[in-house]
Design a protein around this ligand. Sequence first.
Ligand SMILES: Nc1nc2c(ncn2[C@@H]2O[C@H](COP(=O)(O)OP(=O)(O)OP(=O)(O)O)[C@@H](O)[C@H]2O)c(=O)[nH]1
Ligand SMILES: [K+]
Ligand SMILES: [Mg+2]
Length: 400
Amino acid sequence: MGIIEKIKEIEAEMARTQKNKATEYHLGQLKAKIAKLRTQLLEPPKGSSGAGDGFEVTKFGHGRVALIGFPSVGKSTLLTMLTGTHSEAASYEFTTLTCIPGIIHYNDTKIQLLDLPGIIEGASEGKGRGRQVIAVSKSSDIVLMVLDASKSEGHRQILTRELEAVGLRLNKRPPQIYFKKKKTGGISFNSTLPLTHVDEKLCYQILHEYKIHNAEVLFREDATVDDLIDVIEGNRKYMKCIYVYNKIDVIGIDDVDKLARQPNSVVISCNLKLNLDRLLAKMWEAMGLVRVYTKPQGQQPDFSDPVVLSADRGGCTVEDFCNHIHRNLIKDVKYVLVWGTSARHYPQHCGLGHVLQDEDVVQIVKKKEREDGGGRGRFKSHSTAPARISDREKKAPLKT
Ligand SMILES: Nc1nc2c(ncn2[C@@H]2O[C@H](COP(=O)(O)OP(=O)(O)OP(=O)(O)O)[C@@H](O)[C@H]2O)c(=O)[nH]1
Ligand SMILES: [K+]
Ligand SMILES: [Mg+2]
């Protein structure tokens, strides 16, 4: 029996089993069995490189966004509108057969947008080009799930299930469970609060299913058995997802209103060019990019050419900023002067660990420069805030 058949069989058994206190342990065990099989399914077949079979596109820009959706929801139309790169669009399904990259220029940054073939139910098990599409989505920073506003809401659930089946977790943070395998000592199970979904016995059973007999487990939130399995598997990818409802030109205003009020959702129409600005703004916000402008001593910063940092990719500290400019820079840095929302006063003298925020301005003070003369007075004379700071100052949160 193949892996997919085995998964189907267990799913059928779960559907047959009534949910109650007595069956809870058995159901937990079945969930762990499915998770293990799904992990096996994701392993590249023997003899292949494991790459996306011609789908891999070189990363470009400050972040990557994937367009995921059923066929003919308007993914290619959207790519063409947002990036100017033409991607064939037509009324028949599976018009797009490969991965097509475009670039969005937004807020002085470049974002790579990827158009992909439509995926269908069963994609996670390899139907259509599901596997390749999913591999590309996993390589992105966020996902735009494109949906046809005139079609059933069920599509969003089906797609979410497909992505979950391959270990993607959308708009969710990692479970607050500490888990560490040990060599000896048995299993230590603890929690910092009362648990309502998982007890010690269930946890033991799940670990037993994974043949783990020595480990430390500490629940820091009232997590579920699915959360526990995610933590044990350890290969989950937590991503932001924006639900993009396209084609609102063909539905009534009441329905548009309902969709627009859902969390993480944007309603658009490519045909009428409706709300695309809002989509871009949401996308930008979800990516959490941090633009930092370098201010050479005695000069104004170049506000068109930021260093772009991200908390998810590489971090946002002064050290990350310096490494971004040049990998040998760090050893020459004495401290930096910071203007912007991360600074308590302007300019603030900050060390390497200081966490920068979007639109901060940084001036690097090198060790050598200081010794060479000039000293503090010299910095003072150049420490006037750059021109754009005055309006930014109004936004600056008051910190004590
Ligand atoms: N009414 C309406 N139709 C749209 C809109 N956007 C796209 N379409 C149409 O929807 C059809 C499918 O568009 P595509 O861009 O090819 O969709 P896709 O998701 O890339 O499709 P596949 O590549 O086949 O998965 C085309 O006929 C488009 O003209 C819209 O905002 N409103
Ligand atoms: K199409
Ligand atoms: Mg397409």
